[in-house]
Design a binder for this molecule. Structure first.
Ligand code: SDX
Length: 434
């Protein structure tokens, strides 16, 4: 971060003294105006509901250019990382450490993560408190938060070693907990992780194998899942990452912070959109129904949105959506489902929306969630678990951002202010006078 030679001057039409504020430049992307002295100098706050024009921090992890449709993890384009940049654990190493691992570093990192994939044996008893049909995200919010009750030896957030151990534990145990949530929901026994399998193959083994017969993973499907995890790993200061940072700014332990991130991701406007997008496609049912559905979306009173479309930052195509569509096609081809009606419906809906003035004028393009539901369904993942897979992938991004925040000398507890529009000070009347 460097000082710009240009300053920002805030002047007032009532002749109040102008305020000069510094402007900082990053390495790429928009500059920022440092408004930290604004309240002290003027007694006024900025007003920015939804933080449309607010940089809450400086970061070197992920960069998004919404106009170009560009996404970089530590400077590397997502297209390169997801297609020929190695596997998800290499991306995890990159996000956590700032550089891609060499062969020895990768071998050590994979071994460390692999040897933390089991959860404490008592964790299984938490599941018994949930209904079998509980939404998996409710199970994950509960069980990830509960990890803090087992790992007292890595809760000192000011100890870099504790932060490192917690990071590995969370990355390693999320697949195990997500698979346990699935097994619990279908009444099958939990499957222990296997150290001889890769991260994504191990997850599919824990999800789909049973004690009754050998389970063989399909390498094309494993690679597809690995790519889905890479695409979802991090995404700058999105709602759930900002939730993790805000929780972490109070000094809360990493397990509590990640549980908070999971809770936020659950929302249909955020990570819950993949589940909602598939339900939307199933509700539309056929290409013939698309015009009626589009008409509903355009009718503001309907409250109907085109799920999997639109994005706060991408005002061009979400680069992840293109890669997700390619992955979708590969998986459906591998499974002989290339005529999958939902995939054909999704492509028809995308084509119609991209030619419709309503969406074009609002810069609404498919986002990462539009195709991810179709490919996850083809992989055998139940719709209710789609957002759990998103949380599994995003855990590394949340942890990398949390670690960056904790070690940032500028960081303070997050405490936004407000524009108060309620009742001014008044006296409490006796009840017979109300
Ligand atoms: C994710 O932030 C991230 O980076 C998130 C994420 C990540 O990796 O962490 O990328 C993951 O959350 C992707 C987004 C998934 N959500 C959805 O697909 C849900 C559907 N999309 C919308 O709810 C919406 O597009 C948001 C929430 C994603 C973005 O909303 P904004 O930026 O606040 O935009 P807006 O709601 O102000 O919309 C601008 C206009 C409005 O119309 P007008 O009032 O101008 O007439 O576009 C309309 C909106 O009504 N609009 C939509 C729409 N999204 C916006 N209309 C129909 N369908 C939609 N999907």
């Amino acid at each position: 971060m460097t000082n710009s030679e240009t300053k920002a001057t805030l002047s007032f039409s009532d002749g109040s003294p102008a305020l000069e504020m510094p402007i900082y430049k990053g390495s790429i992307g928009p500059d920022v105006i440092d408004i930290r002295k604004l309240y002290g100098a003027t007694g006024m706050f900025t007003y920015d509901p939804g933080f449309m024009s607010t940089a809450a921090c400086n970061s070197s992890i992920t960069y998004i250019d919404g106009d170009k449709g560009e996404l970089l993890y530590r400077g590397y384009p997502i297209e390169q990382l997801a297609v020929n940049g190695g596997d998800f654990l290499e991306t995890c190493y990159l996000l956590l450490n700032g550089e891609l691992p060499n062969a020895d570093q990768k071998k050590e990192f994979v071994a460390t993560v692999t040897n933390h994939t089991m959860v404490h044996e008592q964790m299984q008893f938490f599941f018994r408190g949930f209904r079998r049909d509980a939404h998996p995200m409710s199970v994950l919010v509960g069980t990830v938060g509960a990890l803090a009750s087992f790992y007292h030896d890595s809760l000192d957030i000011n100890d870099p070693h504790h932060r490192e151990v917690s990071a590995i534990r969370l990355i390693a145990k999320m697949p195990t907990l997500v698979a346990m949530a699935y097994k619990y929901s279908i009444g099958q026994p939990f499957v222990y992780p296997r150290n001889d399998l890769s991260y994504s193959a191990n997850f599919m083994h824990m999800m789909f194998s049973t004690p009754c017969e050998p389970y063989k993973t399909n390498e094309v499907l494993v690679r597809a899942l690995d790519r889905i995890l890479i695409l979802h790993a991090d995404h700058e200061q999105n709602a759930s990452t900002s939730t993790v940072r805000l929780a972490g700014s109070s000094g809360a332990n990493p397990f509590a912070c990640i549980a908070a991130g999971i809770a936020c991701l659950w929302g249909p406007a955020h990570g819950g959109a993949n589940e909602a997008a598939l339900s939307m496609l199933e509700e539309i049912g056929s290409v013939d129904n698309i015009p009626h559905f589009i008409a509903q979306v355009k009718d503001k009173n309907s409250g109907v949105k085109l799920m999997g479309f639109g994005h706060r930052v991408y005002k061009n195509y979400d680069p992840r959506a293109k890669l997700m569509r390619e992955t979708c096609y590969e998986v459906l081809q591998e499974l002989g489902l290339q005529d999958d009606p939902l995939f054909k419906l999704a492509m028809a809906l995308e084509k119609i929306a991209l030619e419709d003035e309503y969406f074009v004028s609002r810069k609404l393009y498919p986002n990462v969630d539009f195709y991810s539901g179709i490919v996850q369904r083809a992989l055998g993942i139940p719709t209710a678990l789609f957002t759990g897979i998103f949380a599994l992938a995003r855990t590394v991004g949340w942890i990398a951002q949390w670690k960056e925040m904790i070690s940032d000398p500028e960081q303070k507890i997050g405490r936004p202010r407000q524009l108060f529009v309620g009742a001014a000070k008044r006296d409490v009347p006796p009840i017979d006078k109300r």
